[in-house]
Design a protein around this ligand. Structure first.
Ligand code: MG
Length: 169
């Protein structure tokens, strides 16, 4: 049976992952409203990925004999000034998620819970990719000044993104 402190932080993380999903779905709706369907698709994939993360924690907690407790999900931001602002928000949000995951890893260390520590290795590695993706897109948006032909090309590129659940998960 999992330690109650870990049960608590994992329950909080289920909420944080589902909030992330909700935030990215709101960003997808913003991109639809400014006629960038490819960017909207990119965020929709992000939405699916975050639901997957939430469920991974949900399944893990149950497999360890813990009790899942779902809480209210906060309403996400509705409006952004520009695509660049959306991705700066994404990067800032992912850094916050990384800090939450590092905290779970620390609690797992203290409680000598190696299974949870191993799970956190997967999630923390995933964060390197999440932050890297946002940084890359921020750089590209700055390079093209957020308009014109460059935006059209990026929108086309982002329209091809698909969600593929990791095989080892
Ligand atoms: Mg996540």
């Amino acid at each position: 049976m999992i330690h109650s402190k870990l049960e608590e932080v994992i329950n909080q993380q289920i909420n944080a992952e589902l909030y992330s999903a909700y935030l990215y779905l709101s960003m997808a709706a913003y991109f639809e409203s400014v006629n960038l369907p490819g960017f909207a698709n990119w965020m929709r994939v992000q939405f699916e990925e975050e639901q997957f993360h939430g469920l991974k924690f949900y399944n893990y907690l149950i497999s360890r004999g813990g009790r899942v407790k779902l809480e209210a999900i906060e309403a996400p931001q509705f409006e952004w000034k520009s695509p660049l602002e959306v991705f700066e928000h994404t990067l800032e949000h992912e850094k916050h998620v990384t800090a939450l995951l590092n905290n779970i890893a620390e609690v797992a260390e203290v409680e000598k819970d190696r299974a949870t520590r191993n799970l956190m290795v997967w999630f923390i590695d995933e964060q390197v990719e999440e932050e890297g993706n946002a940084e890359k897109i921020i750089n590209e948006l700055k390079m093209i000044g957020g308009e014109g032909h460059g935006m059209l090309m990026l929108d086309r590129e982002f329209s091809t993104r698909v969600f593929t659940p990791p095989v080892n998960a």
